[in-house]
Write a protein that binds this ligand. Structure first.
Ligand SMILES: [Mn+2]
Length: 271
């Protein structure tokens, strides 16, 4: 049976991210073959850095199993190295930017976008919000065109208030994006964060419209779609209405176990 939307599933290769919303862990080859068998169209990789990956081998594995790379996360820059694109320390900002650039380059060669989630950082107490946004702008105006060279966007993900105070919802993030020189930044909308921050998930998706570049499909409790209390039918209907062509990617906890979480996602997308 064909998926109604192209589907992806997350694979973490970062031991320090243990407990995070990743369906598969550690063994990339096994994740690729299992995801393909279950009917996923792509995988989304969360690597410690591009250095641990062999691009040629990865491409070969993906081709062998008939699936694609949907996107690549940059969060290990924060989780492992404590880098943030908006850190008050210019050295840390510059390292953070180089880290994200390395993922843009790696994923870009495989036709996939990089994701900026936790690497956006936050407005620390005593730091001026305008200054933090100016640092972000300087950074995105460099990294957006870098991604463009590969014909892919750069994805910016609003996160819920317990994870950042910088970009929390679609409306304010869209306003910010229009202020940039680069128009190559697209929104990543994550249903788990939206369930906390948006008045209406559907209205927010409609507002994102053509700027929507990627969707993290997760339920209210960050389990697979259908295992919490978000009604997904209106969400899928809205995605169809706005002509969304991107991935719905299961960035969810491996609960009750990896196999069940993966299967629940495929079921939710097909039903
Ligand atoms: Mn997410």
């Amino acid at each position: 049976m064909k998926n109604r939307f192209p589907t992806a599933v997350t694979v973490s290769l970062v031991p320090e991210a243990r407990g995070g919303p990743f369906v598969y862990w550690d063994d990339l080859d096994a994740a690729i073959s299992t995801a393909a068998e279950l009917g996923f169209d792509a995988i989304e990789i969360f690597p410690p850095s591009p250095d641990v990956l062999d691009a040629r081998r990865l491409r070969q594995k993906l081709t062998e199993h008939g699936i694609k790379l949907a996107a690549m996360g940059t969060g290990a820059g924060w989780v492992v190295q404590k880098l943030r694109l908006t850190d008050p320390d210019p050295m840390i900002r510059s390292k953070a930017r180089a880290f994200v650039a390395s993922i843009i380059d790696f994923a870009g060669r495989l036709g996939a976008p990089a994701i900026i989630g936790s690497m956006q950082g936050r407005v620390d107490p005593g730091t001026d919000r305008g200054q933090v946004l100016a640092w972000m702008t300087e950074c995105l105006d460099q990294l957006g065109p870098r991604a463009h060279q590969f014909g892919v966007p750069l994805l910016l993900e609003p996160l819920n208030r317990y994870e950042t105070n910088l970009f929390n919802n679609v409306g304010s993030t869209l306003d910010y994006l229009t202020s940039l020189r680069t128009q190559n930044i697209k929104l990543l909308c994550d249903c788990f964060h939206m369930n906390i921050e948006e008045a209406s998930i559907e209205d927010a998706l409609r507002q994102a419209g053509s700027r929507l570049g990627h969707v993290h499909l997760a339920d209210s409790n960050r389990r697979a779609a259908g295992l919490g209390h978000i009604p997904f039918e209106p969400i899928f209907r809205t995605l169809t209405d706005i002509g969304y062509q991107g991935y719905v990617s299961a960035e969810v906890l491996p609960l009750p176990d990896t196999a069940s979480a993966a299967r629940a996602t495929i079921l939710a997308v097909r039903s």
